[in-house]
Design a protein around this ligand. Structure first.
Ligand code: PEP
Ligand code: MG
Length: 548
């Protein structure tokens, strides 16, 4: 046991110094009740889990209540039950059948990556709750200590954290989880600092002293006095970021929007303080389908989204199938390199009716909507493709038609593209992947794919400048917009809107509210002319006066 620093994803801004209280849930998979039929026991446990989650949801407020309700629906999902029944028919006992089925669903979600991957822990949480109820083990009893403690766990489910007492828990540290995982959402809503996705948290021992520094995204084991003073000073410096007049948000220079994927989380997303949806990933309604949904079915779904965002704006992306987002009914013969193959807008070359149906449904749903409906196409490579996409507008009108800039060639052609469209939105996830020829799913490429890479920022700046010259909006809807420091740089490069996960929004808003456009532009210039991603970050933060 000695001094060490472990990295993870930080949530919040307060430093916390306290002793570790470990919360390790042990699942005894073999202690299953004898007697009743296996299927009956499994279904009873799943129903008991659903009821438990529902009653926990009723005992709390959003966002925790929304998450718990969504999980209770999962526990009652017929597909989940069918999978459990199938396992039991094949001779697997009740508890193992629940866990095995959940593992299967979770791995499908992880394969989809990004947002879906983070939702995989929900299915596992539900399964583990059902398992504990099956075994008669009372869930969610957190440690009780005399002094506030740092709660350390492999993972925490919303059922565990819903009644968390912020006077008892000084901070949370988990091995798993990401910026948008539920532990992060709940920590943020309770104002408890956290470091999630910290794999080395498994090494922390019960009772030892740790310092949790969420801004640095670090957990310091056995910190010495110097460490404390240094981090306190750094934190004070950050606190100096005060609200300024004519800041990026209140001046209306940058609009803050949310990314939306799962339609069952609409209420959570709509509850976030935003100007609307900046990226509606419509693949979700097409997923797990053998055939494309009908125009009528799509109209109903879009109308629901538009109603939830009444008075705001919704930017819908047309179907982005292929590569990391495969769809059964749009699958082609095996492509040698799907990321460079027929994906996004390109699928309309062999399946034009699917795009036509979607545009027809969007246009129809927008007619009665009280929100502004903007529609954009993914994976557009040339100004001509942009023009062809926009030409559908005459038949299927909506408020604005635009394109995503995800292919470097399109960013280089920004000036010509912007003449063809009403707006552009930069997808930094794919733009980075194609600019650096580095697969976004491969974690070894994290450095190349770091959105602070000056060359990526240059491409973005070209789109920003083209938008400014033409007086047309340019958004950013990739993950880059969720990084509060980088959000400032994106604004400095000309982004007029930033779209991110709803959980990232409060922090980004806070930071953007402390910066004026001229300071953002100056920092952006410094970042773009840096030699590497880490230099760009350091130089930009220094230029903004956030570091010494
Ligand atoms: C992007 O590529 O940055 C983007 C927003 O789209 P997706 O992550 O869905 O490919
Ligand atoms: Mg993309």
């Amino acid at each position: 046991m000695s001094y060490a620093t472990y990295g993870g994803i930080g949530i919040g801004t307060k430093l916390a110094l306290a002793r570790v209280a470990r919360f390790d849930r042990a699942y005894q998979r073999d202690q299953v009740r004898e007697g009743a039929s296996e299927i009956g026991m499994a279904f009873d446990a799943m129903e008991a889990a659903a009821e438990r989650l529902e009653s926990l949801a009723n005992s709390t407020i959003a966002p925790a209540s929304e998450i718990l309700l969504a999980q209770s629906l999962m526990a009652r999902d017929p597909a989940f039950r069918d999978a459990v029944a199938k396992e039991i028919d094949a001779g697997v006992e009740a508890g193992a059948a629940i866990v095995k089925s959940a593992d299967g669903f979770a791995s499908q979600l992880r394969d989809l990556g990004g947002y879906f991957a983070e939702r995989s822990s929900d299915v596992l949480d539900v399964a583990h709750l059902a398992l504990r109820l099956l075994q008669g083990v009372e869930p969610g009893v957190l440690p009780v200590r005399e002094l506030p403690y740092v709660l350390v766990a492999k993972t925490l489910s919303p059922a565990d954290t819903v009644n968390l007492d912020s006077t008892q828990v000084a901070a949370l540290v988990t091995e798993q989880g990401g910026r948008t995982s539920h532990t992060s959402v709940i920590a943020r809503s309770l104002g408890i600092p956290a470091v999630v996705g910290c794999a080395e948290a498994r090494l922390l021992e019960d009772g030892e002293m740790v310092l949790v520094d969420p801004v640095a995204g670090e957990v310091v084991r056995q910190p010495d006095e110097y460490e404390l003073i240094r981090r306190n000073a750094a934190n004070r410096l950050r606190q100096k970021r005060k609200r300024v007049r004519e800041d990026l948000v209140s001046s209306g220079r940058v609009e803050l929007l949310v990314n939306a994927g799962a339609f069952d989380e609409l209420a959570v997303i709509a509850a976030a303080e935003s100007s609307g949806i900046g990226l509606l990933r419509t693949e979700l309604i097409f997923m797990d389908r053998l055939e494309a949904p009908s125009v009528e079915e799509q109209i109903a779904v879009y109308a629901e989204v538009f109603a939830a965002f009444s008075g705001r704006k919704v930017v819908v992306r047309t179907l982005d199938s292929g590569a990391d987002k495969p769809l059964a009914f749009l699958r082609r013969d095996k492509e040698p390199n799907p990321a460079l193959g027929i994906r996004g807008l390109r699928t309309s070359s062999f399946a034009p009716k699917i795009l036509e149906d979607q545009l027809q449904a969007l246009s129809a749903a927008s007619q009665n909507a009280r929100c502004e409906v903007w529609v954009m196409a993914p994976m557009v490579a040339t100004p001509r493709e942009a023009r062809e996409f926009v030409s559908h507008y005459h038949k299927y009108p909506v408020d604005k038609v635009g394109v995503m800039v995800e292919i470097p060639a399109l960013a280089l052609a920004a000036k010509r593209v912007i003449d063809e469209v009403d707006f552009a939105s930069v997808g930094t996830n794919d733009l980075a992947q194609y600019a650096f020829a580095a697969d976004r799913e491969v974690s070894e490429f994290a450095e190349l794919l770091d959105p602070w890479q000056p060359e990526l920022l240059k491409l973005l700046g070209m789109v920003g400048e083209a938008g400014k010259a033409a007086g047309k909006p340019v958004g950013v809807c990739g993950e880059a917009a969720s990084d509060p420091g980088l959000a400032v740089i994106l604004a400095g490069l000309g982004a007029t809107s930033l779209s991110m996960s709803s959980s990232a929004l409060p922090e980004v808003r806070e930071v953007l509210s402390s910066v004026k456009i001229r300071d953002a532009r100056r920092a952006a210039k410094v970042a773009v002319s840096s030699a590497s991603a880490s230099e760009a970050k350091q130089a930009a933060l220094k230029s903004l006066g956030w570091t010494e």
